[in-house]
Ligand binder design. Sequence first.
Ligand code: SAM
Length: 193
Amino acid sequence: MDSLIAFIVSHWVVIMQGVFIASLMLILWIYLPFFWGSPWVPGPYRVIHRMLELADIKPGQTVIDLGAGDGRIVILAALKFNARAVGVEIDPFRCLIAKIWIALLGLRGKAEVRLGDMRRFPVDGADVVTLYLLQGTNQKLKPRLAESLKPGAKVVSHTFSMSGWTPAVIDTRCGIFVYEIGRMDEEIDTKVY
Ligand SMILES: C[S@@+](CC[C@H](N)C(=O)[O-])C[C@H]1O[C@@H](n2cnc3c(N)ncnc32)[C@H](O)[C@@H]1O
């Protein structure tokens, strides 16, 4: 014990430098993707489950998660909702974590997370697109989602709305907005939970 204390005291400066650099790297790892669309804030499982429930996914439908993080939406969509789930994530390490989870859970073939930029990721085959990004990023995605998705496809966003579109469903407790392509005008009757 005494030798450990002596070690810490004699290497105090080096230890503090190490802690500082490690903290800086952690902050960068979490917040750097802000510049590409959103920082990494994993969605709580309760909210993710509710997002997928409100999307009313039928078995075999395709779910695309733009900014997939550690793959939790993709994994839950495949595991609990029998969807074909694809995510795209810009951070290689988070993408690797998602791939490892998918392999460990035996979900290869049903779920995948690809390394890439969601701003260029094709969404045309999706029945459901899930988002947990930022307000401004949602706004930038809107024209592409409206153009590429088929009528009836759902866009489910956590926390941030798609301003200018009227949601088909809002869950105020979980902060979820569900939009249906082709039915986003003011006339629709929004279901509020
Ligand atoms: C708020 S997290 C949401 C993660 C996951 N969808 C969830 O609900 O737990 C946003 C994720 O999007 C990723 N991201 C940010 N910009 C991106 C981009 N341009 N392309 C792909 N992923 C991006 C971040 O690295 C981060 O993992």
